[in-house]
Design a protein. Structure first.
Length: 109
């Protein structure tokens, strides 16, 4: 059972039977969720871990890569593949990190 406050409990007629508006809405957007899940599985950062917190972090990391790639692709003139985009981000972030030591960083408490 799903509880949803966005849609009223209005029944919509879909051919032969009455279907709640929430179910109709979910079925309409389900495709986008499936596509993003497939994209996340293709190139992911997951490693074998049984800790749920680590798995949650990896999922957030995977979807943030997708969420960064889509606007980049739409706003730039380049038609770059997602794998190439992720490699460029990795190289840029690691090049910023080179030469920096964690000993000199003052961590806020």
């Amino acid at each position: 059972m799903k509880i949803n406050t966005k849609h009223k409990s209005i029944q919509t007629n879909n051919d032969r039977k009455q279907i709640p508006e929430t179910v109709v809405y979910y079925n309409k957007i389900k495709f986008r969720v499936d596509v993003s899940g497939q994209m996340a599985r293709k190139y992911n950062v997951k490693s074998k871990s049984y800790r749920w917190l680590v798995q949650a972090f990896f999922n957030i990391f995977d979807f943030s890569g997708i969420n960064a790639w889509i606007p980049y692709k739409e706003t730039s003139a380049q038609n770059i593949a997602r794998q190439q985009f992720l490699l460029q981000i990795t190289e840029e972030l690691s090049s910023r990190r080179k030469g920096k030591s964690t000993r000199n960083i003052k961590w806020p408490i």
